[in-house]
Design a protein around this ligand. Structure first.
Ligand SMILES: [Cu+2]
Length: 199
């Protein structure tokens, strides 16, 4: 290549690189904005009828008017679930009195062992704003499907079983529509501030 061609190639490369950068930024910006609401968001969430840790019936209708965090797991989970519930508790705690303006749900994927009484006992270690929901296996399968949560019973060598499950905390708005996964890897302040935007 002669020097002139080389310079031209460099200029074009720089231009293309700039273009790619621009598009990336645009994608990121629109991805944070309205785009997911119209597409993927509509597919996560839906109606359900379960019981809370006090045996009281709870449906999706009872959640209307407040944004909510929802996490699927099981009380025998060795680490992932306790960590997620601890992080959710931190966020609720950080909201102070405003924690009453949100709902926070733990839905079991192990209804066989997680009765309301078991869940109530388990939740006593976490923020009191957390509700723990269970139901018959069909109702749990239905709500997990609505939230696109995968779960499966895995037998253990020493007997008994554990559960494989999706471990995402979903942020849903006050109409019950999916907003985004709620990253608890951020600071508690950032997660709490994010939640406040949906009061
Ligand atoms: Cu778990």
């Amino acid at each position: 290549m002669n020097p002139r061609t080389t310079r031209l190639v460099l200029i074009i490369s720089a231009f293309l690189a700039g273009l790619v950068l621009c598009f990336t930024v645009i994608l990121l910006v629109s991805g944070r904005g309205g785009m997911p609401i119209t597409t993927a968001n509509a597919a996560i969430g839906g109606s359900f009828k379960l019981n809370d840790q006090n045996g009281k019936a709870i449906t999706d209708q009872d959640l209307k008017g407040k944004p909510f965090l929802v996490f699927f797991g099981f009380t025998h989970c060795p680490d992932v679930c306790p960590t997620a519930l601890f992080d959710m508790s931190e966020v609720l705690n950080r909201l102070g009195p405003d924690a009453d303006k949100v709902n926070a749900l733990f839905i079991t994927v192990d209804p066989e062992r997680d009765t309301p009484a078991v869940i109530k006992d388990y939740l006593s270690s976490f923020d009191p704003h957390l509700s723990g929901l269970t139901g018959d296996p069909a109702a749990i399968a239905a709500v997990a499907k609505a939230y696109r949560v995968y779960f499966e019973k895995v037998p253990l060598d020493q007997g008994g079983y554990t559960m494989d499950h999706t471990a995402i905390v979903y942020l849903m708005d006050k109409t019950g529509r999916f907003v985004s996964p709620c990253s608890l890897a951020r600071t508690t302040d950032a997660a709490a501030a994010d939640l406040r935007r949906y009061f």
